[in-house]
Design a protein. Structure first.
Length: 308
C-alpha cells in the first residue's frame, strides 16, 4: 500500500464573470470613455486596425461573440456605404480618381471615409462589452446622485433598442404560428403583416411603459434622495489600476494633441509610416485598450502559480 500522501487535485472553477467586472464601476467607466475617445482621436490606419483587433479580443473574452459577429457582418455594408458617401459630399483632396457630372472623387475622401468607418465600428464593438460589464445597477450608482432623472432616461434609452428587437422577434414567432409571415405572399400581404406586428409591438411597449411608471410612482421614485442598494468601494486593485491607467491616458492624449498618431489626409495624403515616437504612442494605446485582457492574463498566471 502506497503510504505517500498525494497532493489533492485542484480544479479551477469556471467563472462566467470577468475580473474586469469586479472592479469599481468608476474604473470600468473610465476604461470605456478612454477607449471611445482614442478611437476618435487617433485617426491613423495602423492605430485603428490595432484598436479594432484589441476590441474584438475584449468582446471575445466578455463572451459577446454572437453579437460581435452580427456587428462585423453589418459593418461591411456600413464601411462600403461610408466610403461611397463621403467622396460624394466631400470633394477635398489633390489626388483625383474620377470626375463625373461636376462631382470630383478623390483618394483623400475615400481614405478618410475608410478611417471614419473603422472608428465607428470600434465604437459599436466597444458598446457590446460595455452592455455586458456595466449593468443598469452600476450605471445608476455612477450618476444617480448627480442627475437622477437624466440617468434614468439615459439608462432607459440604452435599454430600449435591444428590448425592442427582442420583443419584435417574439411577436414575429407568435405571428408565424398564426400563419402571418412577413416573408411570404405579395407586397400587400407582407406590408399588412408588418403593420400588424408593429401595432402589437407598440401596444405592448406602451402598456409596459405605463406599468413601469405606475410601479415607480408607487415606490416613491423622485420623492427624495435616491440611495444605492449595492455599494461599490474602492479597493487596492482599483487604486493600482487607476495609478498607471490615468497617467498613461494623459500622455497618449498629449501626444495626440501634438499630431502624433494622426495621419494627414487633407489637402494631400501623408505618409502612413510611423516614427519611433509614434510606435511608442501606439504601444501606450495598446496598453489602454488591453486593460481587461491584462487583468485576465494576470489572473490566469496567478492561478497557475498557485497550482504549481
Amino acid at each position: 500500500m502506497d503510504t505517500r500522501q498525494r497532493r489533492p487535485r485542484v480544479e479551477r472553477v469556471s467563472r462566467s464573470t470577468l475580473v474586469f467586472e469586479q472592479l469599481n464601476p468608476w474604473v470600468m467607466f473610465t476604461y470605456y470613455v478612454v477607449t471611445i475617445a482614442c478611437s476618435m482621436v487617433f485617426l491613423h490606419p495602423i492605430f485603428l486596425l490595432v484598436e479594432l483587433l484589441l476590441v474584438i479580443c475584449v468582446d471575445f473574452v466578455a463572451h459577446t461573440g454572437k453579437q460581435m459577429l452580427m456587428v462585423l457582418e453589418g459593418s461591411l455594408f456600413m464601411t462600403a456605404f461610408i466610403m461611397i458617401l463621403n467622396p460624394l459630399v466631400n470633394n477635398r483632396g489633390t489626388h483625383v480618381i474620377w470626375t463625373f457630372g461636376g462631382t470630383i472623387i478623390t483618394a483623400e475622401s475615400i481614405f478618410y471615409g475608410f478611417m471614419m468607418a473603422l472608428s465607428l465600428i470600434i465604437v459599436l464593438l466597444t458598446f457590446l462589452s460595455y452592455n455586458k460589464v456595466l449593468t443598469s445597477q452600476k450605471f445608476m450608482y455612477l450618476f444617480s446622485r448627480i442627475s437622477p432623472k437624466l440617468t434614468l432616461l439615459t439608462m432607459i434609452t440604452l435599454r430600449f433598442v435591444p428590448l425592442f428587437i427582442s420583443r419584435l422577434k417574439n411577436i414575429s414567432q407568435a405571428q408565424k404560428i398564426r400563419g402571418i409571415a412577413v416573408t411570404k405572399g405579395n407586397s400587400r400581404q407582407r406590408g399588412l403583416g408588418v403593420v400588424k406586428m408593429m401595432q402589437v409591438l407598440l401596444i405592448q411597449s406602451f402598456t409596459d411603459a405605463l406599468q413601469t411608471a405606475d410601479s415607480m410612482s408607487a415606490r416613491g421614485y423622485g420623492s427624495g434622495k435616491r440611495s444605492s442598494y449595492q455599494r461599490y468601494r474602492f479597493s487596492t486593485r482599483d487604486f493600482v489600476s487607476l495609478a498607471w491607467y490615468l497617467p498613461l491616458t494623459g500622455l497618449c492624449f498629449y501626444a495626440a494633441s501634438r499630431g502624433i498618431g494622426r495621419m494627414t489626409v487633407y489637402p494631400s495624403l501623408g505618409t502612413i509610416a510611423l516614427t519611433p515616437t509614434g510606435w511608442l504612442v501606439l504601444l501606450g494605446v495598446v496598453l489602454l485598450f488591453s486593460f481587461p485582457l491584462i487583468l485576465e492574463a494576470w489572473e490566469w498566471l496567478w492561478w497557475n502559480l498557485l497550482r504549481s
